[in-house]
Design a protein around this ligand. Sequence first.
Ligand code: ASP
Length: 371
Amino acid sequence: MSSSNMAVARKAAESAEAPRILVIYTGGTIGMKDDPDTGALVPLDFCHLVDNVPKIARLGYQLAHVQMTPPIDSSNMNPSHWREIAQVVAENCGAYDGFVVLHGTDTMAYTASALSFMLPCLGKPVILTGSQLPIGEIREDGTGNLITALQIAAAKDPCTGRPMVQEVAISFGRFLWRGNRATKASSTDFGAFRSFNYPPLAEMDLHIRFNAECLLRSDTAGGGGGEAAPFSPLYAMDDAVSVVTLYPGITPAVLRAQLEVPSLKGAVLRTYGAGNAPTEPWFLEAVRQFTGDGKLLVNVTQCPAGGVEAKRYATGDALVQAGVISGFDMTCEAALAKMMHLFGQGRSAVEAARLMQTPLAGELTCDGAVA
Ligand code: ASP
């Protein structure tokens, strides 16, 4: 699959001033249908999807779409697909007011995190959505999710006339979440996503109510102050990274098999609670060997909410002494995508360690209270 397989198809414009939105259809349940032979859901093309939502035309927007060929279940997503999506956005950023990415829910939070680092200072909305039930079914959540995502992508700040949302976000059910703060929290609930460490960017009931003080502005892209930087996409992602999840009973052989991969440049270590891990000598020795080889190990908690307070317990402090750095309150999805991004940009482990603890796209809260 390559971007040459993606063709932009335009729909007749209602009016020249109508919002211009590009829909990027990657697949996922929203556009799936039962395979008559197996009974399992398989992705169909974009025409199937829009045929089921004729009222989309009533929005009066100038809509165009790009489709991945073939559309995929998001379990098959990988960094080359992220690049493809980012390229479509970057190459079309002058021609559209906003972008809606239709995507499976399973890996949506990873893609949203990756896009947030690949498209710094875009200054326009990139709204990911999908659904738990296919749009062609009688009872479904895809129609509402799609229409709401289009409306959010088209929304303008009434004071400035600039896009209301200037970042990568996930619109799903009743909430709009920052993409690199979101996680898939339910495989059945129509509110599939949650962001445990950051408030919703908008709440959707009868109205779409934006939470203005939580929205990222392109002149404060990292979450701090600063001048507006020019948009310049950063596509390269390095997959020489990994995620290691701790569990009671993890053996030296299993840990070593995961850490002693020669090509690895870094790993996300999913620890317990406030960032705690075993203090048994074999465990700390394996960790020390990894960090001592100049590789980056970043501590994120397995808890959905809260973050790493590495020095709160002796079990967390031992990791700090072994060279593990805190990922604060980052989600695992964001930490992984950020590490791929930093190594993709050719950063050394030392530089990457510093930047892992610096907000680049609003992905972490770094209030100095934790280390
Ligand atoms: N397996 C599907 C996917 O991620 C699930 C979904 O879309 O909800 O593509």
